[in-house]
Ligand binder design. Structure first.
Ligand SMILES: CC(C)(COP(=O)(O)OP(=O)(O)OC[C@H]1O[C@@H](n2cnc3c(N)ncnc32)[C@H](O)[C@@H]1OP(=O)(O)O)[C@@H](O)C(=O)NCCC(=O)NCCS
Length: 241
């Protein structure tokens, strides 16, 4: 995503928010086209949420995501082996701060060899078709470029039409070998635009996340107040009987 795109999308979303507040915008579609999606860089503190997201995937989705039918133990081992210093793990959160979609960009840097990367992604079934998979892919491409990585590899099962479509649309070379498909994407050099765009995307995601945290705290506080008031009312009622 270019900086110009980022700014256009932010402006568009700002306009939409105003229309939503006035009730002039009647939105029925869940499409995220033209909307800036907050994609958070995940860290150790998010491990329980990452585990929760992956364990919630169905048997078939686990098969599509990992290339084999990952058991709970496989997933636990995968999550505890995540390397946040080397790789990038991204998450899209809902209002309750649960992970709706996540991606893993593994960076492979070897002295004397061109750096490479591998991309894996999963989106909760109810949130599919909104563009989250493609946005996470774009975010990973942006980071890989900025890390001077020139190649991205995606392993997908040949039945996985959305994943293959995401890779194909980005310009990847697709090699199908029976039930398995491999996609290789050459990445352009980083430039000022890719670097500034990443800074903007990160800042936006951090701000959005902390607003959601504050909102969650506020609603929890209100729920507690309501609980106490109901308790006091019940006690008064009982003592009046
Ligand atoms: C693959 C996956 C991540 C896609 O996520 P998503 O958020 O639904 O994807 P998007 O909404 O960004 O859609 C990507 C593209 O695929 C297309 N698409 C979606 N479902 C499709 C389908 N069943 N057949 C063909 N194309 C499809 C979309 O229209 C979109 O193309 P467009 O941009 O031209 O419109 C999601 O299906 C998933 O989590 N699957 C289980 C795990 C997995 O397969 N991971 C990938 C292997 S690493």
């Amino acid at each position: 995503m270019t900086l110009a795109n980022t700014i256009t999308q932010t402006t568009l979303e700002g306009g939409r928010k105003i229309l939503r507040m006035t009730g002039a915008l009647d939105e029925r579609s869940h499409s995220t086209s033209g909307v800036l999606i907050p994609i958070v860089r995940l860290s150790h503190e998010h491990l329980p949420k990452i585990l929760e997201h992956l364990l919630s995937l169905s048997v078939h989705d686990r098969y599509l995501r990992f290339g084999y039918t990952a058991t709970n133990e496989h997933i636990q081992r995968y999550v505890s082996g995540l390397n946040f210093d080397r790789d990038e793990i991204y998450g899209i959160f809902n209002r309750n701060l649960a992970i709706v979609a996540m991606a893993h960009l593994a960076l492979i840097k070897q002295v004397g060899h061109e750096s490479s990367s591998e991309f894996g992604v999963s989106v909760m079934p109810y949130a599919r078709g909104r563009g989250y998979g493609a946005r996470l892919f774009d975010r990973a491409v942006m980071h890989a470029r900025n890390e001077k990585v020139h190649q991205m590899y995606i392993h997908a099962l040949s039945e996985n039409a959305p994943m293959i479509r995401i890779a194909r649309k980005a310009g990847a070379t697709i090699e199908r070998d029976g039930a398995e498909t491999e996609a290789f994407l050459r990445l352009p050099n980083r430039n000022i635009d890719s670097r500034v765009s990443e800074l903007v995307a990160d800042q936006f995601a951090k701000t959005n996340y902390s607003i959601k945290e504050d909102a969650k705290r506020f609603w929890n506080f209100l729920a507690k107040v309501k609980e106490i008031r109901e308790g006091v009312r019940d006690a008064r009622h009982r003592s009046g009987q």
